[in-house]
Design a protein around this ligand. Structure first.
Ligand SMILES: [Fe+2]
Length: 209
């Protein structure tokens, strides 16, 4: 006769192969704080200021990244294929910026904003509707978002330079500012009214005479 007893894995040195699920604990660092001491030669108040400003830039960059994916999925019309590809290219580049900004915040001893509800509460970019919009409206919405990010990137770059946080200044100028300026150019050129077949200005072509 077998005795009824619970089977459990043998325990050696207090380690057990059984995964421990549903674990919870208080946070180990509160949002909005920075580690006291780091080997960066940047004082705590400077790192606090930089991480706060970078989190605003991060929330806006995450919003623009997601706006690009929305536009990639929902675009339509004769330029569908071109815009579908362009929007996804810009999405990928914004996703890389998100990672670079978030990791800059962490390495400065701060905490990066991460989850969608927190991003939505923080971003300065106007909320887009769930439904589809016309292509010129998609482009305008994306350009408005770029303008917000470009403006705050310039202010942040100057502040970082003043506070001697050269790493933040370099990231914001070289990657965020220049990347957004370039993407804004690519979008803007799609909003120039340009005839596809007949030139509107200048002399008439002989074939049209
Ligand atoms: Fe896709």
């Amino acid at each position: 006769m077998s005795s009824k007893r619970t089977q459990s894995a043998p325990v050696h040195n207090n380690f057990n192969a059984q995964p421990r699920f549903h674990q919870k604990s208080p946070e180990i660092q509160a949002y909005g704080t920075v580690s006291h001491m780091l080997p960066l030669e940047l004082e705590e108040p400077i790192r606090l200021e930089m991480t706060e400003q970078l989190n605003q830039l991060l929330a806006d960059t995450m919003t623009l990244r997601d706006l690009y994916k929305k536009s990639h999925w929902q675009t339509s019309g004769p330029t569908f294929y071109q815009l579908h590809l362009l929007f996804d290219k810009h999405y990928g580049e914004q996703a890389e910026l998100v990672d670079a900004i978030a990791e800059r915040i962490q390495l400065l001893g701060g905490i990066s904003i991460a989850m969608a509800p927190d991003v939505a509460e923080t971003t300065k970019i106007e909320r887009a509707p769930r439904g589809r919009e016309e292509v010129p409206v998609q482009l305008s919405r994306l350009l408005d978002a770029h303008q917000i990010i470009i403006g705050e990137a310039r202010i942040l770059a100057r502040l970082a330079s003043k506070l001697e946080d050269d790493g933040t200044n370099d990231l914001v100028v070289s990657d965020v500012l220049r990347g957004n300026e370039l993407q804004a150019w690519f979008l803007s050129e799609h909003l120039v009214e340009m005839p596809l077949v007949h030139a509107v200005t200048g002399s008439k072509s002989k074939s049209a005479a």
